[in-house]
Design a protein around this ligand. Structure first.
Ligand code: FNR
Length: 342
């Protein structure tokens, strides 16, 4: 197995071992109860827009894997099939390995093979060139391309990048060079509003905050390098603070992610301003620990329970849910006050 493939397998193993941290800030968010919601649950419409993309549900499966041999084929087949059956979008993990080595393509191509009509996001890092971005989109006929920003992960990774210059201008070139929407995402360290504003300036369609408090790539990489940069384990902007911070710009669609585990988390992320919500590590764990049937059940339950939460709040649509009244307390409140965000 190549070093890169080995790393992918280690990421999956360590992601499962370190688990979800649950320090994402959702416990700081409380909905204001609504005794007169004045709607029927049958009226609820979960469809949402992320820039020019229309999704039938705000929930999607976020980028995880590919290129690690037979195991990643099995995982991606399951994720894609589950996404198809629930009619939700799904992202592939970074496609760079398959661009560099064609023998790694089947674990990515399987995502489109089992899900011909569905919405699928490609994925590359910000080191990618326009040419590589085009190959990634073509490889899986992607409906959108995610570009991940993972500076801290790279720094903790012994073999990681050390040169982060030029990322914004490469993203700008990719936005101009591919004919699908580009989403820029973090991987669990959160994103601030200044970065989101710069990304908007260069034409990015949406940002996925990838907040702190769920999967922790510092911990994952530290397991591989024997905890040399342990201070990064607590580094990042919580998911709630990051969604609220970037949404306060009101200039670019926000995707909420980082430690999402249930319908209430999804509803809170939307009420903080997200128009779509990605789940990665939690669903991977459900699949690996309990199998495919449970993965499908879990996704269906999240969607069904989201409608139930929306009916309690009197929100007919995802747009209405974005304005559901809530109380922000604790660290999230403190963060937003310090950052002068109402
Ligand atoms: C990831 N994530 C990720 N992100 C990305 O943009 N490209 C990638 O290749 C990967 N690979 C990857 C592997 C594994 C095993 C996990 C668990 C995650 C990050 C992922 O998309 C997401 O941003 C973070 O995991 C935070 O969300 P969760 O896991 O807390 O829901």
């Amino acid at each position: 197995m190549s070093k890169r493939a080995q790393r992918k397998i280690e990421h999956i193993q360590h992601a499962l071992a370190t688990g979800q941290q649950r320090t994402n800030g959702f416990d700081d968010i409380t909905f204001v109860h609504q005794s007169l919601p004045n709607l029927s649950i049958a009226e609820i419409d979960l469809s949402t827009k992320v820039g020019e993309l229309t999704l039938s549900s705000p929930l999607f499966i976020n980028a995880m894997t590919g290129g690690g041999g037979e195991d990643t084929v099995i995982i991606n087949e399951a994720l894609s099939k589950a996404a198809k059956n629930a009619n939700i979008a799904v992202a592939v993990g970074s496609q760079m390995s398959a661009i560099k080595d064609k023998s790694e393509r089947p674990s990515y191509e399987i995502i489109r093979k089992v899900n011909k009509e569905g919405i699928i996001f490609g994925n590359l890092g910000s080191e990618a060139t326009v040419e590589q971005a085009k190959i990634a989109v073509d490889m899986i006929q992607a409906n959108a391309l995610q570009i991940h920003l993972n500076v801290v992960q790279e720094l903790v990774m012994p073999e990681g990048d050390r040169d982060f210059s030029g990322a914004l201008s490469r993203i700008e070139q990719i936005v101009k060079g591919v004919d699908v929407p580009v989403i820029v995402k973090e991987v669990g360290f959160g994103m601030n509003r200044e970065v989101a504003a710069k990304l908007k300036e260069v034409g990015v369609t949406a940002v996925d905050v990838g907040g702190f408090g769920g999967t922790n790539f510092s911990k994952i990489e530290n397991m591989r390098r024997r905890k040399m940069l342990k201070f990064f384990d607590q580094w990042g902007i919580s998911t709630t603070a990051s969604i609220a911070e970037v949404s306060s710009l009101k200039r670019i669609p926000v995707i909420g992610s980082g430690g999402i585990q249930d319908a209430l988390d999804i509803a809170k992320a939307i009420a903080l301003g997200a128009s779509s919500v990605g789940v990665a590590g939690y669903l991977l764990k459900v699949f690996i620990d309990k199998g495919y049937e449970h993965l499908e059940q879990e996704i269906n339950q999240m969607i069904e329970e989201l409608t139930i939460v929306m009916s309690a709040l009197g929100s007919r649509t995802i747009q209405e849910l974005q304005y559901a009244p809530l109380i922000i307390s604790g660290k999230t409140h403190h963060w937003l006050t310090e950052r002068s965000i109402d």
